[in-house]
Ligand binder design. Structure first.
Ligand code: FAD
Length: 467
């Protein structure tokens, strides 16, 4: 029997980062992962690397290039003749990007002397015994990082041909003429954007009555306007009554005005959320407690009900984000090593990589109102930012929310170019408990998009300089 200080089950961003941090801290570490790539070989990196963050961002970039060349280059005086889509090459590039990330993790495991086992890890006779293939590992601590899988719509199981999860949505062989998407969340919007840019007529059906309810209302309103202009059709407040898939897909639904409607499409992406993945773990066998929704129950420190068993990432409560999984992985490894790290869930940023990008951190205005917190807001539109004008990318805004009395930043919301990069400044500011005035006093390069951050921060005190 092999013994390790730490055995990590799952090699996604939660698991592989936890393993690296544990190894850095001098703990003997093993990581077990069962993913196989399209070539049938082990492919470390989990959902994020193989069928999530990485391939989606590769296709978002490629499809945006196609859209820019087709519709926006001319405005810059760049004429393109004979523009053609080579989807096979686009997919090949995406696969290459994924592979280089898989290989990067293998390199990091070797560098940090992490023992990798390919296969399904499950608890054995006790919580400190982990079985993989015909090996039994003795673990001082176990970190469960088994992630999540797509939620299927009842009556419309994924076949990855007509009814697609994220896996099929990232690997289509041709552009569908009519694409249906169920769910206008982050994944639905990103996937819908990719295929719309490549020529599909995209209709997104969403059950909730409000668009992007998780985002600040000002941002959601702006996003709805821009996406409609781009030709993304989004219907809110619908109730799906049936899905029929033969040669094409027919979705019957009740619209928000209670009328019965049918959406006929060539392919349908179902992106209605993800469910925790505890299959094959033998959690019941060792008494590992799950919560009512099937997530592994953990406290704020990611401790489960079993001694020395921890759980992180998508398989536990909280936002299903790769960087949240990573941070939990680091924090748990450090706790195992006897350190006392802290993770502030309020400063975990969210990003939607549509065009324009959407990013936020902290509280939305709706949340502040609901919690009765007194605040002031500063809003600055990218149309008044010199760099955005030079880029030709002026849709969107930055919004700062700060405590009325102390001016401490409570939330920052961005829709606009490179919002996913700009949000980092807000995260740093909030981690250091900065005030809006602090950001307003810092020199930002000119002309830069980050000046919109400064101007919005100054706007909290009604003294933006450029509007
Ligand atoms: P996972 O990445 O799911 O990894 C879990 C791993 O454990 C998998 O390899 C799985 O096969 C393996 N496993 C499961 N059970 C066992 C077992 N018993 N034994 C061995 N191995 C096992 N998040 C972002 O932050 N930014 C984004 O841009 C983003 N884009 C996304 C786009 C899409 C299309 C999707 C689907 C998701 C996206 N996400 C994004 C979410 C992100 O992918 C997840 O939050 C993240 O992957 C969670 O990491 P994890 O380590 O908890 O689990």
């Amino acid at each position: 029997m092999k013994s390790f200080d730490v055995v990590v089950v799952g090699g996604g961003p939660g698991g592989y980062i936890a393993a690296i941090r544990a190894a850095q801290l001098g703990l003997s570490t093993a990581c077990i992962d069962d993913w196989r790539g399209a070539d049938g070989k082990p492919a470390l990196g989990g959902t994020c690397t193989n069928v999530g963050c990485i391939p989606s961002k590769a296709l978002l970039q490629s499809s945006e290039n196609f859209e820019q060349a087709g519709h926006h280059f001319a405005e810059h005086g760049v004429k393109v003749k004979g523009l053609e889509l080579d989807l096979a090459q686009m997919m090949k590039r995406k696969d290459k990007v994924v592979k280089s990330n898989n290989d990067g993790i293998v390199y990091l495991f070797k560098k940090n002397k992490i023992t990798f086992f390919h296969g399904t890890g499950s608890f054995g006779k006790s919580p400190s015994e982990i079985m993989v293939g015909d090996e039994t590992l003795q673990a001082g601590h176990v970190i469960v990082a088994t992630g999540s899988k797509p939620r299927a719509l009842p009556g419309a199981e994924f076949d990855e041909k007509l009814i697609l999860s994220n896996t099929g949505a990232l690997a289509m062989g041709e552009v569908p003429r009519r694409l249906g998407v169920i769910g206008a969340g982050i994944i639905g919007l990103e996937m819908g954007s990719v295929w719309r840019r490549l020529g599909a007529e995209v209709t997104i059906l969403e059950a909730l009555p409000a668009f992007l309810g998780i985002a600040d209302e000002a941002v959601a309103k702006e996003a709805a306007k821009v996406f409609a202009r781009q030709g993304l059709k989004i219907e809110l407040g619908v109730k799906i009554t049936s899905v029929e898939n033969k040669k094409s897909v027919k979705v019957q639904y009740t619209a928000s005005d209670t009328s019965s409607k049918t959406l006929e499409c060539d392919q349908l992406i179902v992106s209605i959320g993800r469910v925790p993945n505890t299959d094959g773990l033998n959690s019941a066998g060792v008494g590992l407690k799950l919560d009512q929704r099937g997530f592994i129950a953990v406290d704020d420190d990611c401790r489960t009900n079993l001694p020395n068993v921890w759980a992180i990432g998508d398989v536990v409560r909280g936002p299903m984000l790769a960087h949240k999984a990573e941070e939990e992985g680091v924090v748990v490894a450090e706790r195992i090593a006897g350190q006392k790290p802290h993770l502030d869930f309020n400063t975990i940023p969210s990003v939607i990589y549509t065009s324009p990008e959407i990013a936020w951190v902290g509280k939305t205005e709706q949340q502040l109102k609901a919690e009765g917190l007194a605040y002031r807001a500063g809003v600055f539109p990218f149309s008044a930012n010199a760099r955005a004008r030079a880029l030709g990318d002026t849709a969107g805004l930055v919004k700062f929310l700060a405590a009325e009395k102390t001016d401490e930043i409570l939330g920052v919301h961005i829709i606009g170019p490179f919002a996913g990069e700009l949000i980092a400044e807000a995260v740093v500011a909030m981690e250091f408990r900065a005030s809006a005035e602090d950001i307003g006093m810092i020199c930002h390069a000119h002309p830069s998009l980050s000046e919109a951050m400064k101007d919005a921060a100054l706007g909290v005190d009604k003294r933006s300089l450029n509007i």
